[in-house]
Design a protein around this ligand. Sequence first.
Ligand code: ATP
Length: 231
Amino acid sequence: MTVTTDDTVHGAAAGGLAAQRVTVAYGRQRVLDRVDLHIAPGETVGLRGPSGSGKSTLARVLALLHAPDSGHVTIDGRPVGGARHRLPVALRTRVAILFQSPRSATDPRLSLADLIAEPLRATGASRDQASARTADLADLVGLTPDLLARRPHAVSDGQLQRACLARALVHRPDYLLCDEATAMLDASTQAHVAAVVTDYQRRSSAGVLLITHDPALMSRWATRVVELPPP
Ligand SMILES: Nc1ncnc2c1ncn2[C@@H]1O[C@H](COP(=O)(O)OP(=O)(O)OP(=O)(O)O)[C@@H](O)[C@H]1O
């Protein structure tokens, strides 16, 4: 595992998801300053840095959820700009993100089955197509039909995170960004989530961004690590 603080050398490659000279400020606080990061298909890039160094911000920029003040995101060498929801479906569904806290990322009114199926329904899949895919994914992440029928308040954080993982995979993304996605899970759920992601990655050649404060997980999983400087 190599550790670098400058990813421009990798950013030169055409394939992959990349942040190029990305700068983000919240008001007068500059959080990212001309940051480069590149994720090639199939690789797992670890992103490390002290608290407040901008790891989550960079993940949100790469997920097209936050427009940088300058610089841009490219997919396979092509700049991708504008709000995520305005991008063509085929483009925006290439990148998925999994957050640390499943409760703040989910609609409490939806059953787990509907949470998983919703991105498919939103992009025009029929009810039958969406339920078939939901059943496959539920199986993959280890959610039983009984759990699928429940709403978030009636399941554990680990069960809800499994549903969020299924939802993240629903469009078969080429890039999966895991922002402390296993931090609040017990050891066995953490191992299961990591196994599902690595298996998906092996089958699909997806690129993964791994943000974690867990050094063991980082060294086990990341192919290489990029380090952000302190804020
Ligand atoms: N929406 C926002 N509005 C204002 N400031 C923000 C916002 N999001 C993040 N920040 C600030 O930007 C800085 C970087 O936050 P970010 O969450 O990207 O860092 P991080 O490296 O992921 O931190 P941690 O390891 O603690 O999760 C922090 O000082 C944070 O308070």
